[in-house]
Ligand binder design. Structure first.
Ligand SMILES: CC(C)(COP(=O)(O)OP(=O)(O)OC[C@H]1O[C@@H](n2cnc3c(N)ncnc32)[C@H](O)[C@@H]1OP(=O)(O)O)[C@@H](O)C(=O)NCCC(=O)NCCS
Length: 209
């Protein structure tokens, strides 16, 4: 196993390692479909290679005097965006090696601290504690719908391939929040939503008798 700087040649292997590493954690929904770049900002981007494939990865983006994204302390910080080891290679010291290599690189920079966020997984929390990180902040990532926003609806048929939905009082319903995702029944409703992206949700049917 060797640790080296990331190069785009390894993007596909990087993505596979990233997805598989997160699959067995509480962060399983946090998937990248292209390798994040840091728009010219100073960064440390490392990979661990074994038999030509990426088995570990680390991305850190560094504060500058002009642009500071860390906020847990004053001064310049390095934000650990991701550290991940392929599930078949975990607990063999690769995570620690990636971290120590990044730490070495930070020595020649003005960075004073490292900041990172994770969820409740024992493996990741143990890992950071073992490396000497201190727990400074605890917030919650909640997936769901605010109670006041959650209203029962009925689906009353299909018109021009769009489902027709109404609230209990019979008023038409253009969209609702389901598991943190807006389900939209009339494209006009998009005017009310600040969205990053949307996809068609397709219902298929086949008669078998
Ligand atoms: C967390 C992760 C990066 C650690 O990398 P790793 O190569 O598996 O860890 P290492 O072998 O270098 O272990 C270093 C320390 O981490 C802790 N650790 C590692 N695996 C652990 C496990 N399964 N359970 C509990 N602690 C564990 C131990 O304290 C270990 O120290 P030790 O070897 O002296 O006991 C890796 O397991 C991983 O990718 N997990 C899934 C993705 C993830 O949670 N990433 C962090 C996102 S914020």
């Amino acid at each position: 196993m060797k640790i080296q700087k990331y190069t785009p040649k390894y993007e596909d292997s990087w993505l596979r390692c990233r997805v598989l590493a997160y699959l067995y954690t509480s962060m399983y929904e946090d998937v990248e479909t292209s390798k994040p770049t840091f728009e010219g900002r100073p960064s440390i981007e490392l990979i661990a290679i074994e038999d030509g494939i990426v088995v570990g990865l680390l991305d850190m983006v560094l504060d500058t005097e002009e642009l500071k994204t860390s906020f847990l302390a004053k001064g310049l910080g390095a934000f650990l965006k991701v550290i991940a080891v392929h599930p078949d290679y975990q607990s063999k010291g690769i995570g620690r090696k990636l971290y120590e290599t990044a730490l070495n690189e930070l020595e020649s920079t003005p960075i004073e601290f490292i900041e990172l966020y994770t969820r409740g997984d024992e493996q990741a929390n143990n890992f950071y504690k073992k490396l000497g990180f201190e727990l400074l902040a605890e917030t919650y990532d909640v997936f769901g719908v605010e109670k006041s926003l959650s209203k029962p609806i009925s689906i009353n048929g299909i018109e021009n391939k769009m489902l027709k939905a109404t609230y209990e009082n019979g008023e038409p319903c253009d969209y609702i929040l389901v598991d943190g995702v807006y389900e939209v029944y009339d494209l006009k409703a998009l005017d009310n939503i600040e969205y990053d992206r949307y996809y068609p949700a397709r219902g298929y049917y086949k008669k078998v008798k």
